[in-house]
Design a binder for this molecule. Sequence first.
Ligand code: NAD
Ligand code: UFG
Length: 333
Amino acid sequence: MRIFVTGGAGYIGSHFCVAALQAGHDVVVFDNFCNSDPGVPSRIARIARRPCSVVTGDVRRKQDISNALRSAQPDLVVHLAGLKAVGDSVARPLDYFETNVGGTACLLEAMKEHGVHRLIFSSSATVYGQPVELPLKESHPLNPTNPYGRSKLMAEWLCDDFQRAEGNVSIVVLRYFNPVGAHPSGGIGDDPVGVPNNLMPFVTQVASGQRERLHIFGTDYPTPDGTGVRDYLHVCDLAEGHLAAISRSDTPGFVTVNLGTGTGYSVLDVVRTFERETGRAIPVAYGKRREGDLAQYYADPARALHLLNWRARRDLGEMCRDAWAWQRGSSTE
Ligand code: NAD
Ligand code: UFG
């Protein structure tokens, strides 16, 4: 298949592109590189031992995406381009709606114009908001608590309404839980700009000596050890989840699918596993809760198994080892 990947140079997109190339698909990366390095596509090609095409463009610009689809003529689009930082979305909500909702609208319009009928859309478990019931099933009420989450939910609605109107379109919405880790080659990985917001990149930077200690946000949550619990999944499992969605997205319709392991780990579980797997000490400081954080959430991954025949295979140890291999490689470059 010929797959058009918006945001293909980003953290998740680059891992998906490697998996797709290795599975024999042709890949066209469409990215404006606002949060990724233009050198990533050549890293992807080096790991996969096959080249991918690259188009520099912006999903908010209808003409960019329309021109790119006209020349690429893909069988399917994987739409990962977006803005993703919760705190940033509170500070500049309009940018989030413009990129995550407006960009998705431009893409759908261009797909219609060029007769592309299949879409895989990157959504987030954040659309569920405060859990009413755990594990989170796809039927759980949707009540995101920040502009980023609301922009993702609006983009899901756009996809749903577009599918109903067009009829002959297939859209699979993947709701990711907490992707971590990196490709085992150490050639691509999460590369946040500035101070990392997310746990795993912060931990790896403490391990490498770039930061003194990890600040643990909250020790009084109603969880077994008092720290926040999340469903961490290896980014390579996530990439394979997209391939599974592609091979089962040939019938028209709209469906939402959780991609998670189904197991929750606390912040302290992550720290201890990381220390055990890498032999590096992670000094910690216990602090207050981070505003807006939830105590715990983890997926019910049953629909992914049933519909896509996919389940996460890599454990927390592998996530830590691969995150560390990437950090070590990128800090000695
Ligand atoms: P990322 O920032 O590493 O990758 C996003 C890519 O999209 C980047 O390469 C960026 O340059 C590109 N991009 C952004 N705006 C663009 C625009 N207007 N036009 C063209 N390209 C643009 O993020 P990621 O972690 O790889 O996330 C990918 C997708 O998955 C996002 O849509 C995100 O919301 C979603 N998601 C991520 C997580 C996570 O924890 N990483 C969790 C749930 C959902
Ligand atoms: N944490 C710390 N210290 C840190 C960073 C995080 O203790 O320096 C804790 C958090 O309090 C939380 C856990 O580690 O308990 C995980 O935090 P992350 O920031 O890694 O992940 P979140 O679950 O808070 O958020 C992530 C993405 C969001 C997305 C959400 C759901 O950052 O964009 O998952 O998919 F919306």
